[in-house]
Design a protein around this ligand. Structure first.
Ligand code: SF4
Length: 336
């Protein structure tokens, strides 16, 4: 395997909560707590889990929107915090975050044309005479009409799908290598979702873009991702190829997430154990001891509240943080 494009090692993002004057007693939200991952060129890595599991904070800290408390982020083998100011500027251009609805990230005073033209000029990608043809070319790639009326529209006059296409055009305009897409289709109608997902796939193929794809929707994850990371309360609980996660999940939390999602395969659907999660996700301020999932886990034993599980490996790419991952099938059979 070639050197990863991106490597994250033992990343922690902790935020203080409470008033500034309570400094001594301030408690910490451990939004991301010791996550490691790698991303290859042209790969789609999905981060999945319930709301509050830390997947968005992890994505934001990778692109530099949230400051990590600890850990290392490496781009092409070089730690970002060791880059010179110039190198860091180049690195930032190689990465962009695409939001659920890019409305807030778009300047209300700029037209669609200006939103694409600005990064092209700022980064000296084209001269002024080449600008219009290049903007039109990018519009065409992402499926936006290159008509004059479209070019002069502001963010208020674009639909959700059009705003998402425009934000993808911005990403490819400066030849970004990594896109961190945070629930990029969840606010769109089903028919538009399919179109934006096909566009993401096409851009990945044509421009060798790598994605960190954040989503709570496992059917979307299954259709797009090469590999999947399942997160719970700031930590990775299972990681594997999309096939390993969907066909032979080994963490009870992954099984519960999958049970809550209908799949278009009746055989697999019938064979899948039915786990219904009870209770809410515990507070990330006051984390449970041992395995963080033990209060909701249907197969928990006393060791689970005492000892944090280490990763158990199954083959080259599948890792599971559960004391009983190697006995998951028999444990699940005993439940029914
Ligand atoms: Fe459940 Fe224990 Fe495994 Fe955690 S370690 S997922 S509590 S069985």
């Amino acid at each position: 395997m070639t050197e990863p494009l991106l490597e994250v090692e033992d990343l922690k993002v902790h935020f203080p909560v409470g008033d500034e004057w309570q400094k001594r007693d301030r408690r910490m939200v451990k939004a991301v707590d010791g996550v490691s991952l790698s991303l290859q060129r042209g790969e789609v890595l999905a981060l999945a889990g319930e709301s509050g599991c830390g997947k968005t904070t992890l994505g934001r800290s990778i692109v530099g929107l949230d400051k990590p408390t600890k850990g290392t982020i490496k781009f092409k083998g070089k730690a970002i915090n060791k880059l010179s100011t110039e190198e860091r500027k180049v690195f930032r251009q190689k990465m962009q975050m695409v939001f659920q609805d890019p409305f807030d990230s778009m300047n209300p005073r700029k037209t669609a044309f200006e939103m694409i033209a600005q990064p092209l000029l700022l980064n000296n990608i084209v001269s002024k005479t080449e600008l219009l043809p290049e903007v039109l070319r990018l519009f065409e790639i992402v499926g936006l009409s290159p008509s004059k009326s479209y070019l002069s529209r502001s963010r208020y006059h674009l639909s959700g799908g059009e705003r998402q296409r425009l934000s993808l055009a911005r990403s490819i305009s400066v030849k970004q290598e990594i896109i961190v897409a945070d629930e990029p289709v969840s606010a769109l109608d089903i028919s538009i979702q399919g179109q934006v997902l096909s566009l993401l796939r096409q851009l990945q193929k044509d421009f060798q873009i790598s994605y960190i794809f954040i989503s709570h929707d496992l059917s979307v994850v299954r259709s797009l991702a090469d590999r999947v990371i399942i997160m719970y309360l700031g930590q990775v609980v299972e990681e594997g190829t999309t096939e390993e996660i969907f066909k032979s999940p080994k963490h009870p939390y992954t099984l519960a997430l999958l049970a809550a999602h209908p799949i278009p395969d009746p055989v697999l659907s019938r064979a899948r154990p039915r786990i219904v999660l009870t209770g809410d996700v515990p507070s990330p301020i006051n984390l449970p001891s041992g395995c963080r999932f033990h209060m909701r886990c249907p197969i928990a034993e006393s060791v689970c509240s005492e000892k944090q599980p280490a990763f158990m490996k199954f083959g080259k790419s599948h890792s599971v943080a559960c004391h009983f991952a190697d006995q998951i099938d028999s444990k699940m059979d005993n439940l029914t």
